[in-house]
Design a protein around this ligand. Structure first.
Ligand SMILES: [Zn+2]
Length: 170
């Protein structure tokens, strides 16, 4: 093999390894910044690094809430949950929605027309959609649309994996 080819081969290998390192290893993302003026119930706040979240959350919940993923429609049992109860953030247990505001949107995602209190969540622009995040820990929960039922006309389209459900017995 000519030395020039050997050199090119080694250079390509090194470039490949650097690319792999860059994609998988060396990228701690900065924590999400809550927009100014956003409040949370009781001023509660939970802040953790990505590594800390990764340790305590199931993998699917981590991908959705911390990396803005979207679950496969129809994949969450909570889409068809009809019992009375409270839906909370899986990351910080901030109560988010009441079963009374849940409705069947036929989208395959749990849908609500209003949060449990107005500052339980906050909205942020996400391209041409509006993203919904937990006001206590900034978890990505889903999106909100203007085609929901009365009384608000809103449709909070949530990832079930971002939520936990606690039944309230009558
Ligand atoms: Zn949260």
């Amino acid at each position: 093999m000519k030395p020039t080819y050997l050199f090119l081969l080694i250079a390509a290998l090194v470039a490949g390894l650097l690319w792999l390192y860059g994609s998988y290893v060396a990228k701690p993302r900065p924590p999400h910044k809550r927009p100014p003026g956003v409040t949370s119930p009781g001023d509660r706040r939970v802040e953790k690094t990505d590594a800390e979240w990764k340790k305590i959350l199931p993998r699917s919940a981590y991908t959705i809430t911390r990396e803005q993923g979207t679950e496969w429609p129809g994949s969450s049992e909570l889409t068809n949950e009809h019992r009375q109860g409270i839906y909370s953030c899986i990351c910080c247990h901030n109560p988010l929605f009441r079963s009374e505001t849940k409705f069947d949107s036929h989208t395959g995602w749990p849908s609500f027309y209003a949060p449990i209190v107005s500052n339980a969540v906050y909205n942020e622009a996400d391209g041409n959609r509006t993203e919904v995040r937990c006001s206590v820990c900034d978890a990505h929960l889903g999106h909100v649309f203007n085609d929901g039922p009365e009384p608000t006309g809103l449709r909070y389209c949530m990832n079930g994996v971002a939520l936990t459900f606690e039944e309230l017995k009558p």
